[in-house]
Design a protein around this ligand. Structure first.
Ligand code: ADP
Ligand code: ZN
Ligand code: ZN
Length: 813
């Protein structure tokens, strides 16, 4: 070192996915970027012989690297991530054993991973009369001439530097827009407004020659509506051409303005403003419970257990309002499927454009725009599914997780994470309050609340004081004994007839998980399985094919049994199509809307079907789990569950919990309004405690029973688990790898930790790959730096067989 210049070192997570790269690499920050590169900045670096992007995670004092390569470029003027989010990504990676770069990628909108250009322009009110430096005057005069400039062009101007651009952007005098590929990530629209006061306009209108009646019409329009209007709307409203407006702007009577516009997916929707409702005494208590830690800026977690219709959402809204008044921000997580326009409306109606909505239905550009509104501070409430937990707020006061028990809060592909645990972590970092709302908490959350880990607040009454519907459980074995071989029990079919005759509506739920139509031979009992996966093919009646739900394989229905040649083949199980056909047979003329993966795969289809049902265009809404939540239709008075216990046979320790939750949620759908409701639950094992207790509204007894069961069999919340899933096209090679893995890990395990397996996975083969799993159960608190956890971490990439795939998942905290 020459001693006159101190090196500035940046530690970077580089976007490469090879063994041994999940760590920080040091780079030198070039002089012109010192102070510009920050923690959370995206930078370009060279890695090996390639150019890669990376995220800056820190600035170490010294490095062990013999020779530092320089950072080649800074990719954003404002870093897309905050230091808190960078630390959070490290925590997520450590907790769920995945590379940090995967988490960093998951935190930013997908367009930031693409190729892009940065374009500078002057925002509508960005010009000020303050004295300009040399750089500024060059920049602004060129911008006024050309409208916009590439960032590189601007930096080539004398006196224009990165710090100057950043300052101008921060002061709001310059706007910067990122264009990805050839798509444009933001758009500008032309607005027109009066440039003179009413007096002048009126005079001008009178003085116009009579053939200029169109111009007069425009001026009269602005005399009546003096506010700015989109040019396109003005043209459409008056049926005039652009030149008419141009004439008036040339005369200086009207003013035109180009404004940058965020793509707002809700732009064509007007939201009814709503006001806070006076709270019921139960709601008030819940609200107060949130307020105390909120005002103290204390990291605090609350389980808000409230029956369906108890007014949890109103409590959320008022708590958010309080948070915003403190100048802080709020995140609301809802399951993707509940993120309906009605749900969004409740938040937009209260907080207007302060609400940013993040969900998977948005285009890449729309999502980016919503994200930027959060980043720039324009939006202060983020509402969205799982990944909205990473919203780049800097001062979070409140995080709400609605329907806390939902399985979709867990991401099942890398980076695997549980949004609830991430939310807890962010609340700790921000001194924020976490509110977990649900009628049926997950067993883990229930247990934590009961043992004092969370504050537990309950709402036991429905706001409008309506009783819960009566739940009738029908034993389908009895029905069979009585000679009824149909899908519908007598009580359900009678109930349907009566309901429809009264002109009311019914919802029929088919619990599809682990239950579908398959073909079985009555001679030998053989089923038709997918040739590539160890799973029965599903019969699709519409096109008469058998399909595999895992790999998409399709084939025709065999005329005879592929195993024994018998022609006595029949279809078993109950798909939605089959139920629909039965309904048509039993109740001819019945109008049915079917909602399942087949009818809802197109964008917007889900919403369209629900709207049609809400408008009374059908008598029955028939569907899978996707109809169980978030619906609120006043004319629904009957809910039928076709087979409540299909989930109970799945090899999943949550089966009882999920069954209880589903039944409880679905009964909350009936009779929410003036009309009384009824629920009919059909089951083959009605004596199972999850069904019995859901039907009797025995929540507390169910949770106690379930905790006893989990404790006895050692499942979360009484332990934590790592699940190692290995797959390989060669069964022998897989067995060998799995046993070797088990042998190498076992000696490292501390006492109280047990390794189970290797055993075949619940689906032993998918797409010609055999699957084996190993489970490790441990006492809840582990040291993530310990040797055995590190060994698990290295399983994913630490092998040489290119055909072997390993994933590690973690559950139970
Ligand atoms: P939950 O989220 O617990 O299922 P909701 O928030 O949807 O319950 O409330 C159920 C219904 O009660 C909604 O229509 C809501 O507008 C209404 N509601 C909630 N709180 C009040 C209140 N304090 N006064 C009057 N109506 C209320
Ligand atoms: Zn056969
Ligand atoms: Zn298959």
């Amino acid at each position: 070192m020459n001693g006159t210049k101190t090196r500035k070192i940046a530690a970077v997570y580089v976007d490469v996915a090879a063994e041994g790269t999940d760590k920080l690499f040091d780079y030198e920050v070039p002089d012109d970027l010192v102070g510009e590169v920050r923690i959370g900045s995206r930078v370009q670096v060279s890695f090996g012989s390639r150019k890669r992007m990376g995220y800056v995670a820190g600035f170490p004092e010294s490095t062990t690297a013999p020779r530092l390569k320089p950072i080649l470029g800074l990719m954003d003027l404002v870093p897309p991530l905050t230091p808190e989010l960078v630390r959070l990504s490290e925590w997520v990676a450590r907790t769920w054993l995945c590379p940090v770069i995967h988490v960093l990628h998951a935190m930013v909108p997908a367009v930031l991973k693409g190729r892009y250009q940065r374009v500078l322009s002057i925002p509508p009110d960005g010009e000020t009369s303050v004295l300009l430096s040399e750089g500024e005057s060059h920049l602004f005069s060129l911008l006024r001439e050309k409208g916009e400039l590439l960032q590189e062009e601007a930096l080539a101007l004398p006196g224009v530097t990165r710090p100057l651009l950043r300052r101008l952007v921060e002061e709001g005098r310059l706007s910067v827009e990122e264009r990805v590929g050839d798509g444009i990530t933001s758009r500008r629209r032309t607005w027109i407004g009066p440039a003179m006061d009413a007096e002048v306009l009126r005079e001008a209108a009178e003085e116009l020659p009579s053939q200029a009646f169109r111009q007069r019409e425009v001026l009269n329009f602005f005399l009546k509506h003096p506010e700015d209007i989109l040019l396109s709307h003005l043209l459409a409203a008056l049926g005039i051409s652009r030149s008419t407006v141009d004439r008036l702007t040339e005369k200086g009577l009207l003013r035109r303005e180009e404004r940058e516009e965020y793509r707002d997916p809700y732009v064509d929707r007007s939201f009814n403003r709503s006001r806070p409702l006076p709270l019921t005494s139960e709601q008030q208590q819940a609200f107060d419970a949130i307020l105390v830690p909120l005002r103290q800026r204390k990291d605090h977690a609350i389980l808000l257990q409230g029956v369906t219709g108890s007014g949890k959402t109103e409590v959320y809204l008022q708590a958010i309002s309080e948070t915003l008044e403190m100048g802080r921000q709020a995140i609301v997580l809802v399951p993707e499927i509940s993120l309906t326009p009605q749900m969004v409306e409740r938040f937009k109606g209260r907080f207007g454009s302060q609400v940013a909505v993040l969900h998977s239905g948005l285009s890449g550009g729309e999502r980016f725009d919503e994200w930027r509104r959060i980043q720039s501070g324009e939006a202060t409430v983020a509402i969205g599914a799982r990944s909205a937990v990473f919203a780049p707020f800097t001062d979070i006061g409140l995080i709400i997780i609605d329907e806390e028990h939902e399985g979709s809060y867990k991401q099942e592909e890398t980076p695997r994470y549980h949004a609830r645990e991430v939310a807890r972590r962010r609340c700790a970092d921000h001194g924020a309050v976490l509110v977990m709302g649900t009628a049926t908490p997950s067993v883990e959350t229930y247990f934590r609340a009961r043992t004092g880990g969370y504050q537990w607040v309950t709402l036991t009454e429905r706001v409008h004081g309506r009783p819960f519907p009566q739940i009738e459980v029908v034993d389908m074995r009895e029905e069979l004994r009585a000679g009824n071989r149909s899908i519908f029990s007598r009580p359900l079919s009678d109930g349907l007839t009566a309901c429809v005759n009264r002109g009311e509506q019914a919802v029929l739920l088919l619990n599809r998980r682990g239950y579908s139509t398959f073909v079985m031979c009555r001679e030998c009992g053989g089923t038709v399985e997918c040739p590539r996966c160890d799973i029965s093919l599903t019969y699709h009646r519409t096109n008469g094919t058998l399909r595999c739900h895992y790999c998409g394989h399709a084939e025709g229905v065999p005329k005879s049994c592929p195993t024994c040649g018998s022609i006595h083949i029949r279809y078993f199980g109950t798909g939605t199509q089959r139920v629909e056909e039965e309904l048509a047979k039993r109740l001819p003329g019945l109008r049915v809307i079917r909602m399942d993966v087949d009818t809802t795969n197109r964008k917007g289809a889900h919403e369209k079907l629900l709207t049609a049902f809400g408008e009374g265009k059908a008598d029955v809404l028939l569907g899978t789990q996707m109809i169980a939540k978030g619906l609120d239709f006043p004319r629904v008075t009957l809910v039928g569950v076709i087979a409540a216990d299909t989930m109970l046979h799945l090899p999943d320790y949550r089966a009882a919990e999920r069954t209880f939750q589903l039944l409880t949620q679905v009964s909350g759908r009936a009779g929410r309004h003036e009309m009384a409701g009824k629920v009919v639950v059909q089951a083959y094992t009605p004596e199972h405690y999850s069904i019995r207790m859901a039907a009797a509204y025995e929540g507390e007894p169910f949770y106690r029973e379930e905790c006893r069961t989990r404790k006895r069999h050692r499942y979360p919340p009484f332990c934590g688990m790592f699940k190692v899933l290995m797959s390989h096209p060669d069964r022998g090679a897989l067995m060998q790898a799995a046993h070797q893995t088990a042998r190498s890990i076992t000696p490292l395990l501390p006492s109280g930790t047990e390794l189970l397996g290797p055993v075949p996975a619940p689906i032993p083969r998918i797409k010609d790959r055999y699957r084996i799993q190993i489970m490790i159960k441990y006492d809840n608190h582990i040291d993530e730096e310990s040797e055995w956890v590190d060994a698990l971490r290295r399983l994913r990439t630490g092998h040489t067989d290119p055909n072997l795939r390993v994933s590690v998942d973690r559950e139970g905290f």
